[in-house]
Design a protein around this ligand. Sequence first.
Ligand code: PTJ
Length: 259
Amino acid sequence: MTRIPVEHPRYESLMTREKIVEGVQIGITSRQGLIAQGRGETFDYLLGERTIATAAYAERAAVALLLLAQNPIISVNGNTAALVPDEIVSLSDVTGSQIEVNLFHRSDARMHKITNHLKAHGAGNVLGRKGNARLDLDHDRAIVDEGGIYSADVVLVPLEDGDRCKTLVDMGKNVITIDLNPLSRTSISANVSIIDNITRAIPNMVQFAKDMKHNKTEELESVVDSYNNKVNAKVLSSAMYEMSETLKNMSIERGIEWI
Ligand code: PTJ
């Protein structure tokens, strides 16, 4: 891993890049994952590389959903495994969610390596390799475990592909996504859309889960009830508003007239 000085102004962003590159080197992240990360970085730059208030609100509602679920599942791909393996294991432990590996660029070798990587970071049982059920999709993300994503009532799908998100929603599941692009099909079709970098979103969710795990069922239900489709639409538009404000402020700071 390239050594990045802590005082570098883009330290966090560069360290995240290093983790994705390392993920590719050890065979857990796809090469396409590098491009996906670059796209995410652009949106994060526009967002000011911070968790905006409405993203934190969505993260809290997402945690309430996971805590209330009968069979909650956290879906993990190659980027998620490289960026936040410890935090995914913590979130799974605190919310009682199972972890399932589900890949767009699926191969037995990557399924195996990601499973072992998560176990090395403390995960117990990791689902996904059975692949004994299918979603109604024509790519490999359709391959799921019957006792996992297929029968889940709540699914967290970070850095998702829009088709699968919509299919899971159409199956009647509550779908939570983490995607920095507020206009992606994923963000638009999910029940709870978290517009935040996964490197901030998952640690925030672990903290919310620790704070809320002893809350009464009615308290959690009221958090979920107050977060509905209308609120989710506002979460998307507020992320776009914050991005346009960042652009405006940066333009003005750099002496470019904002017209
Ligand atoms: O490991 P695999 O084979 O399942 O493949 C995973 C990737 C991510 C390569 C695959 O799902 C893919 O191609 O995804 P997309 O269609 O590029 O979508 C990824 C979305 O995640 C984009 O909207 C990015 O803006 C967003 N994104 C990228 N990095 C981050 C992110 N969102 C949050 N945090 C990030 N760090």
